[in-house]
Write a protein that binds this ligand. Sequence first.
Ligand code: HEC
Ligand code: HEC
Ligand code: HEC
Ligand code: HEC
Ligand code: HEC
Ligand code: HEC
Ligand code: HEC
Length: 506
Amino acid sequence: MPKWPSVASTFLLAGLSTGAAQQPCARCHASEVTAFENSPMGRSISPPTVFTEGRIVHKLSGSTLTVSKDGPVLEHSLDRHGVTTKYPVAYSVGAGIVGYSYIVRLGQYLYQSPISYYTQTKGWDLTPGYETDPNLDFTHQISSGCLFCHTGSVNLVKGTVNRFSDPPFTSISCERCHGPSAAHLSNPVPGSIVNPAKLTAARRDSVCEQCHLEGDARILNPGRDWWDFQSGQATESVFATYLKTSDPDHLRAVSQSELLARSQCATQSGGRLWCGTCHNPHGDPQNRAQEIQKVCLSCHAAIFKAGAHQPAEECTSCHMPRLRPTNVAHSAVTDHSIPRVPHQSRTAEGPELKAWREPPDPVLARRDLGLAYFDLATASRAAPDLQHAYQLLSQLPSSARQNDPPVEAGLASILLAQDQVKLAVQLFRNAVIQQPSDARYAYCLGAALERAGDFREAVNQLRRSIALDPSQPDAYLELAQFYKKTGHEAESLDALRDYQRFRSVN
Ligand code: HEC
Ligand code: HEC
Ligand code: HEC
Ligand code: HEC
Ligand code: HEC
Ligand code: HEC
Ligand code: HEC
């Protein structure tokens, strides 16, 4: 196997512009700029900084993963069945508090590395989620949705999932919390730019929730993209977030936003307590215990004055301990539910989904909830989730359903699973007509047509999907299987080779 062409490391590392986007602010707000750039959020994506060597054996997939250094380039490689493939690492995700994940680049396409670095153990291990993957490889796409929380902006090529023009992204910028800055730059006065602390509760909380509340499903409103969200809005104007319901005594240690929303401090203080009360992205990380104690005492001084609580130098060791979530390896979350006595962290979840905040319009609310159940079902394959999704989506008014490709494609997938092939083809076709440049819809239509016995058109759509986005393996595999089943061995091998060629040319 040839070594991957070692794309000039300067090219890989040049892609990231950091300071540039924030330059115009530094002139007048030097201290805010410096503090943010040095904070973990300001350093959440960068060229790799850790260059130690390492080796991981993954028995399930029969692979050995190796980390090495080639000149200034960090290399991750995969060895399976005697075949070694090397990938120069382009970017490192995370500021290293828990650790770093890595992005490799094939041409303009970005993929996640199955190798991560963990700060606590100072060592390399599998990226969360890969432990149970029998085909572990460098094929997980880095989508615009993944980068939404770790970057300031992206240069995604339209219609693709993971193809980016240069530079592929910038680091998290002032605008992600302060919204558009043009008006402020031409008239730099208070009020001409968003100050999160001055917004009403839902809009204020949305500033942090856009990245700190992943939920169990996040659904984009019709025709929207993640990057349409601007600070100053409530997230529901662009996307809705859904969470599994759970018993209030059983905390799911998933996000600080969810936990804080459960605290009596938040629910009984009339919306005064928010993320910014205890965290200032421009603040000084020194003396945290004292800083937090001051915040707590701003509301709770009375019980200490009355002698009803023994004096305390700090408050978090008893009331905000670390929880260890069972759903993420190597990770821990501070208990933002501020309990009287420490909780157990458990992941007891109910089967129902609930909106974090309901979208403003009832039809939209049903549509987003239906798609959220569909999202869950694609991962869980659970019949009740699929049923909920079908009920909600199929009962939407036809005017809302028909011009909404995600709804049509969702319904089509459910119908296909129930062998209603003809209807499924029709709905996938509608999605393709409305979004002809979407490779995923072309692939789905191709697969459905194959089930319907329309082989010629099926092959057309699968090939169209590959032309639109040659980085997704599904359409090649579908073609290869189809040819094999129908006795066309040579064509089947060709389809697989086409994919190999894409991987090795890029
Ligand atoms: C020419 C100087 C100048 C530049 C450049 C500038 N600002 Fe300001 N900014 C100001 C002044 C003056 C104020 C008002 C300060 C005050 O009242 O304390 C301000 C206030 C703010 C506030 C608080 C607004 C409020 O209503 O509370 C924010 C947030 C802010 N700036 C962000 C930015 C960001 C982000 C940039 C870069 C995109 C930027 N500023 C560029 C001068 C500037
Ligand atoms: C554009 C996405 C984004 C937004 C908006 C955002 N965060 Fe973050 N935040 C992150 C990411 C990503 C990390 C993890 C950084 C790392 O370690 O790589 C993080 C880490 C943090 C941390 C832990 C590290 C530290 O600095 O102590 C705190 C606290 C935090 N964010 C608070 C906030 C608050 C408060 C807001 C709203 C005012 C906010 N964040 C808005 C993405 C975001
Ligand atoms: C919904 C927003 C969101 C998405 C999507 C997201 N992240 Fe994160 N990520 C965060 C936040 C917020 C943190 C900090 C969490 C904390 O400290 O509690 C974080 C932490 C991390 C860390 C640990 C950073 C450190 O300093 O230890 C890594 C690594 C990471 N994310 C990688 C990724 C990768 C790779 C993807 C895409 C495949 C991704 N994340 C998708 C929000 C997100
Ligand atoms: C992660 C979210 C986040 C990012 C990114 C961010 N800020 Fe802020 N900023 C805030 C919050 C929250 C406040 C309000 C702090 C407070 O008053 O409690 C604030 C306040 C400010 C203020 C007003 C300070 C004051 O006197 O009240 C300025 C100026 C400012 N930010 C500039 C910037 C600049 C410049 C950048 C880019 C380098 C930036 N911010 C990036 C969250 C952010
Ligand atoms: C904005 C005001 C505010 C802040 C800040 C605040 N709290 Fe509270 N807290 C409340 C209110 C209101 C209640 C409910 C009524 C009460 O017990 O006083 C409460 C309740 C509590 C309770 C009892 C919870 C229960 O389940 O019975 C504890 C413990 C507590 N707070 C600790 C803290 C600690 C520790 C901090 C700092 C990390 C803090 N609070 C910050 C307002 C606040
Ligand atoms: C009452 C105070 C308080 C509030 C309000 C608060 N935090 Fe925290 N947060 C803390 C403390 C204390 C820590 C422990 C580390 C430290 O001191 O910063 C922490 C840690 C974090 C971390 C680092 C990872 C972890 O869990 O240890 C993130 C990320 C974070 N908070 C995000 C948020 C977000 C988002 C919000 C709003 C939903 C929020 N916090 C509201 C006090 C608070
Ligand atoms: C050594 C552990 C410890 C520390 C440190 C601590 N607390 Fe507590 N706190 C407790 C315990 C235990 C209770 C519950 C007492 C009970 O239920 O009778 C409590 C109860 C409370 C309550 C609820 C009181 C009520 O009756 O509703 C508040 C509010 C509170 N603490 C605030 C604080 C603040 C603010 C700090 C920091 C200045 C702090 N605590 C530090 C252990 C601690």
